[in-house]
Design a protein around this ligand. Structure first.
Ligand SMILES: [Zn+2]
Length: 331
């Protein structure tokens, strides 16, 4: 079939044909993991980022003046190849790859599909039902999770305002303040937070609370706008005496439960990893993903992975203590 070969060649040239199907797609793994800015900067030099950037440029060039188009790629949450939608929303005159590449079936964008894929991969390794908490309830991500996690216990919540207490159910929607969750200590196996923490006035309190409710051996996967060129986080606004005090011009993101949007309180920099560690997480690392086949463009998509260490058993603890004493010449 000559014409099919010609078509494939053209699509390959334009970067529009996924080079693999599900049968040969391997599990999505990070291009690199960074515990620090130095590791991040070293990892960002990987060849795949240059290759993907070239593909992005080819796609943009081939689309000419079009302000909306689709890119063919594999949606792991849906388990099929789809035409992912790209337009200039969020990016002005440019593609905001992080927020677009929306699957027409699950309606998840690039970063949301990525977290869903990572959650799916973890599900496969779980032999017994787990309790998963996602910090959203009226979104496409939650709708997808209801189906994908049907054999597990899924909790989804929204923040509905200061008039409510965590655990309240308002018109069928669970309200939770992530700085004071209604869940028992060590009662959740996995937490998913998609671009929530920048909207919390006291993000460290939220991190502490997530650590409290997470079971040992559990993990939190989180995305948040992150400035990899800044060592320190910037507080844009504060919550004082029941009022918002602005330090910088107000920035709002979309809010599924309010047309007014969500105010951004913090622009996160590298010290956010220290904040996660300070509340007890034994692993606080940024995994960076990029994949043509899975439709993860945009120069590397970071996902924060926070793990709570499994409690060491007494034998292991005694062994470690004796080894420490021997090392010091005390026994
Ligand atoms: Zn999908």
């Amino acid at each position: 079939m000559r014409w099919q070969r010609v078509m494939r060649t053209i699509l390959d040239f334009l970067g529009l044909r996924p080079r693999a199907t599900r049968a040969v797609l391997s599990e999505l793994t990070p291009i690199f993991s960074a515990h620090s800015r130095a590791e991040f900067e070293a990892g960002s030099k990987a060849q795949i980022f240059r290759e993907l950037h070239q593909t992005e440029l080819q796609i943009i060039t081939s689309m000419g003046d079009r302000t909306s188009y689709t890119v063919s790629a594999w949606c792991a949450p849906c388990g099929q190849c789809v035409q992912m939608a790209v337009d200039m929303e969020f990016g002005g005159h440019y593609e905001d790859w992080r927020e677009r590449l929306v699957c027409p079936l699950c309606n998840l964008n690039n970063r949301q599909r990525l977290v869903a894929t990572l959650l799916l991969q973890r599900l496969r390794s779980w032999q017994t039902p787990r309790r998963v908490y996602v910090m959203e309830r009226v979104t496409p991500f939650y709708a997808w999770a209801v189906k994908a996690l049907s054999n597990h216990e899924l909790i989804g919540s929204e923040y509905l305002g200061p008039a409510y207490r965590s655990g309240d159910v308002v018109r069928g929607v669970l309200h939770e303040d992530v700085t004071s969750l209604s869940f028992e200590e060590e009662s959740v196996d996995c937490i998913v937070s998609n671009d929530v923490f920048e909207h919390v006035p006291n993000p460290v309190a939220a991190f502490r609370e997530c650590f409290r409710v997470l079971r040992r051996g559990g993990v939190m996967l989180a995305t948040m706008p992150f400035d990899a060129s800044s060592d320190v986080s910037i507080t844009r606004a504060e919550w004082r005496n029941g009022m918002v005090m602005h330090r910088l011009p107000a920035v709002f993101h979309g809010n599924p439960v309010s047309s007014e949007g969500s105010l951004v309180f913090t622009d996160f920099g590298w010290d956010v990893l220290d904040w996660f560690r300070s509340v007890g997480f034994s692993v606080a690392v940024i995994d960076v993903y990029a994949s043509r086949e899975y439709g993860h463009f945009g120069g590397g998509q970071p996902v924060f992975r926070l793990e709570k260490q499994v409690r060491r058993d007494r034998t292991e603890s005694c062994g470690a203590a004796i080894a420490c004493l021997l090392k010091r010449g005390l026994v």
